[in-house]
Ligand binder design. Structure first.
Ligand SMILES: Nc1nc(=O)c2c([nH]1)NC[C@@H]1CN(c3ccc(C(=O)N[C@@H](CCC(=O)O)C(=O)O)cc3)C=[N+]21
Length: 285
């Protein structure tokens, strides 16, 4: 089988167009969605994503504010900045780029962001709401994956989904969203015995490990849907995922490439969440 390549860039462009239209109508009602991105220190990889987020905000007619704080910023200073933004009515979304310098407690930072402005969907209140299937901000990468499946007409109910990786930002929540859509979900991780035996059961396989070429053809059932969440750099400095694309795309039914797969959807869902936040702020007035 030769896999259908899921074009994340194309789906992202379509969704962004819809978001831009809504932003424009919201502006007519006197409100412009505003996103703040806080970058602490100068992690090079973080900077490209941040630039991308700013560019997309502008494209969609939203306000974007980048706050750069030096590496030496204390935890107290960062928390004070977040409190200030929590109380700023012009700001609808607050994203603190992760990872943070080691002297800052990420959990504390995430818990300080108002759940009403937590467009990353990382606050424990929003995670709890997601788990119980209530309406809330969904984490952007998992949400983007669900939108890709929907756009390609891939049904989830009753399917066996296997998630490799159990991070708080991708692995755990994507498994939860798949479960909410009635999949049977298996989580695999570094302590899993005989990984390939597990992954070969997957109708839908999500790779969120952070190791290039970790998932090979032997891990994949013929015709499976393979979602690659990895963002790695190979020896040549080229962006690559967790899946050995050439060999797996000969066996899978559907596959997401890296780049132009899941990545563009992540930023798009961030914009979507920011738009929803702005709309909800109007309803509270
Ligand atoms: N609080 C927080 N929220 C995040 O959402 C967050 C974060 N911290 N820290 C870093 C990761 C990484 N991340 C990406 C977003 C888009 C692309 C993306 O658009 N990738 C393009 C290519 C970009 C390129 O060429 O470098 C693609 O896959 O086609 C990648 C990675 C969000 N993150």
């Amino acid at each position: 089988m030769t896999a259908v390549i899921i074009n994340g860039k194309e789906v992202a462009d379509k969704k962004k167009h819809e978001i831009a239209q809504e932003v424009s109508s919201l502006k007519g009602q006197g409100i412009t969605p505003g996103l703040v991105v806080i970058l602490v220190g100068n992690n090079h990889a973080s900077r490209t994503y941040v630039t991308n987020k700013e560019k997309t905000c502008k494209e969609l007619g939203m306000n974007s504010l980048l706050i750069e704080m030096p590496e030496e910023t204390s935890e107290a200073e960062l928390l004070a900045k977040i409190e200030e933004l929590n109380n700023d009515a012009a700001i609808h979304g607050i994203l603190v780029q992760l990872p943070l310098p080691k002297h800052i407690d990420e959990t504390k930072v995430i818990e300080t962001i108002s759940p009403l402005k937590d467009v990353d969907g990382f606050h424990p209140i929003n995670i709890g709401r997601m788990m119980t299937g209530q309406k809330t901000f969904l984490p952007c990468t998992p949400y983007g994956i669900m939108v890709l499946l929907e756009e390609y007409g891939i049904s989830v109910a009753g399917k066996h989904a296997v998630v490799v990786g159990r991070s708080n930002i991708v692995g755990k929540p994507v498994g939860q969203l798949l479960l909410n859509q009635h999949a049977t979900v298996t989580y695999c991780h570094s302590r899993t015995k005989d990984l390939a035996e597990q992954t070969r059961q997957a109708d839908i396989l999500v790779a969120a490990v952070g190791i290039p070429n970790f998932i090979t053809a032997e891990h994949v059932k013929e015709g499976a849907v393979v979602i690659d969440v990895g963002i790695n750099r190979n020896e040549a400095g080229k962006l690559c995922g967790d899946v050995a694309f050439a060999e797996v795309s000969e066996k899978a039914g559907y596959i997401t490439p890296v780049p132009k797969g899941v990545g563009p959807m992540t930023i798009t869902m961030l914009m979507y969440n920011t738009l929803q936040s702005a709309k909800e702020s109007m309803n509270r007035k």
